[in-house]
Design a binder for this molecule. Sequence first.
Ligand code: BTN
Length: 332
Amino acid sequence: MQGFGEILDLLATGEYVSGEDLATRLGITRAAVWKQLKTLRELGYEIVASSGKGYLLQARPDRLYPWEVTKNLHTKVMGRHIEYYDRISSTNQRAKELLAESPVEGTLILAEEQTAGRGRLGRNWFSPPGSALYSTLILKPQLPPYDLPKLTLVAAVALSKTIARELHERPLIKWPNDLYLQGKKISGILTELSGELGRVEFLLLGVGVNVNQHPEDFPEEIREKAGSLRSILGKEEKISRSGLLRSYLQILEDEYFKALRKGFAETLAYCRQYSATLGRQVEVSDGERVLRGKAVMIEEDGSLTLEVESGARTRVFSGDVSLVGPDRPGKT
Ligand code: BTN
């Protein structure tokens, strides 16, 4: 999709700008300006025209158009190339298809809606249009295989920090990859790897965030458990999805390269401090068996240590964790 960042900047100064001025400043013909204005209106931008004065941008649509996401984005890698879809089966699926074309690191797949959004352990991810974030980043981490699962924690930390920065409320991390706010799941992360065993080439970091849905928008079977940032925080106004995404890309870039350079100590410290899991009675299912116990530690290798009823300790490396017993309050 063509970029409209430049013309939008000129239209958004708060002053009318003439067609002639637009043409000169963009170095294009008046006819080309007119065509761009027409397309922008079709994309949902409200542009008023006044004879003698010119054009003025009055409102932007609530869309994740690439030029909206990259406006004032200062990352070097994350999101420097974006593929945007109105509707797609799954951004992770699309990212997988792209791997055959050797994509640049940091390529971001974005969609307004997913028709077959994927969750962990073969589950679906509820993906209605226009009210959430569905994104997949393609990364090429130069790390030994045993460090790769910790990148899910890096993404969870980045997202928790993003929400704390943008909305002043810090979600807790439910090991290994869910974010909870006031006891409701607001986000999930699906990390997938490509390459040979022992030599991973790409890591696909799929993130879904419930941003503006109303409680009744969620299917009944997940209504109790899931929530959106807007409804949990009781915001009248919609939360800007592009603002949230921009901030996430920025923070993720810092966290990711810090972890590659210096290791995961800070990531793990954050996960322990803002954990929805530690100190709680949990049930962990790996698809085959269910372990019950108290979550006592997130280890240096990213695994979770459980203390089972007999007092024995056991480590789990992946799986689905259900919290049993009372909530831990959110921290800011
Ligand atoms: C989970 O909690 O089970 C993980 C959910 C991950 C959902 C995101 S939405 C964007 C990306 N594309 C997908 O199909 N899934 C992930």
